[in-house]
Design a protein around this ligand. Structure first.
Ligand SMILES: NC(=O)c1ccc[n+]([C@@H]2O[C@H](COP(=O)([O-])OP(=O)(O)OC[C@H]3O[C@@H](n4cnc5c(N)ncnc54)[C@H](OP(=O)(O)O)[C@@H]3O)[C@@H](O)[C@H]2O)c1
Length: 268
């Protein structure tokens, strides 16, 4: 069993912590909003006063934070974790931040820290059930070192060199966001021609938008529009001037959504 620090106990970080505790690990938690880690402390986690204090005796550190700015702040800001990491610590970066931010992280971290690029596929329900897919990338020895811990969270899919996991995550979330936007229009057609929504969604389940129809009717997932918007915009940044009218339209659909904290399924 390992000593693990989890930095970020939000929607995804919380069930990830619970899985690690259930697997028998010693888990220290730090979250910017302290109240969000209270239930984990009651479940056996140790609350740390700062990211640095959380990681000081950790073998493995997991970051599950909103975006690259949050990761930067938690690692390199005041009380940040990076300066307190012990040589040989494995830093498993699970937030969706894109490959450029991962490369920047690798450049700034002490050389003796083993960075694993490990964004995840699956939402809160999958994290609770230990059915996430971890897109693990980096030095194979570092991925080998992290794998036994990550297996408590779901399936580890090895993606290649550092950044390859984050790159694949942007591909997958481009598919998710564009499919959900397409489903939104498809359901609008169902409304227009008088087909009941539930009939339409059930029929769509076996067609090309089957995955999106399943996601639109899922009950335990919570992937806020704001985070999906962050991801499609990361993908668009990589596309630069290349034409991608569907992805650009999907990004506009997300940014126009009135409740940015609602789950992506609200689009449909
Ligand atoms: N939810 C999903 O279905 C899902 C699925 C796959 C991947 N992801 C990715 O996983 C990551 C976490 O998602 P989530 O759903 O768990 O988000 P969340 O519930 O909003 O949690 C975000 C975490 O980041 C922290 N944070 C944000 N800004 C910060 C800052 N400037 N400094 C320090 N901490 C900061 C939050 O702290 P506070 O509690 O203080 O706000 C919270 O711990 C994101 O990158 C997301 O894209 C999410």
């Amino acid at each position: 069993m390992e000593t693990i620090a989890v930095l970020g106990t939000g929607r995804l970080g919380t069930p990830i912590c619970r899985r690690l505790l259930a697997a028998g690990h010693q888990v220290a938690v730090w979250n910017r909003t302290t109240s969000r880690s209270e239930r984990l402390v009651r479940a056996g986690a140790r609350r740390a006063a700062s990211p640095a204090a959380a990681v000081a005796d950790a073998d493995t550190v997991i970051t599950v934070l909103s975006n690259a700015i949050a990761v930067d702040t938690v690692l390199f800001g005041p009380g940040g974790a990076a300066a307190a990491l012990r040589p040989g610590t494995c830093l498993v970066q699970m937030s969706t931040i894109g490959p450029d931010a991962v490369a920047e992280l690798a450049r700034r971290l002490p050389a003796e820290v083993h960075l694993v690029d490990a964004p995840v596929v699956g939402s809160v329900d999958a994290a609770q059930a230990g059915r996430l897919t971890v897109l693990a990338a980096g030095d194979p020895a570092a991925v080998d070192r992290a794998a036994p811990v990550l297996q408590a969270l779901g399936t580890v899919r090895r993606c290649g060199a550092l950044g390859a996991g984050s790159a694949l995550k942007l591909v997958l979330n481009t598919a998710l966001v564009t499919a959900m936007a397409a489903l939104r229009d498809t359901v609008a057609v169902a409304d227009a021609v008088g087909v009941d929504r539930s009939v339409a969604l059930a029929a769509l389940g076996t067609g090309p938008l089957g995955g999106a129809a399943k996601r639109a009717t899922a009950t335990g997932a919570w992937f806020p529009i704001a985070l999906a918007s962050k991801d499609i915009n990361l993908a668009l940044r990589h596309l630069g001037d290349r034409p991608a009218p569907v992805a650009r339209a999907a990004a506009r659909v997300l940014s126009a959504a009135p409740d940015q904290n609602a789950d992506l399924s609200v689009l449909v």
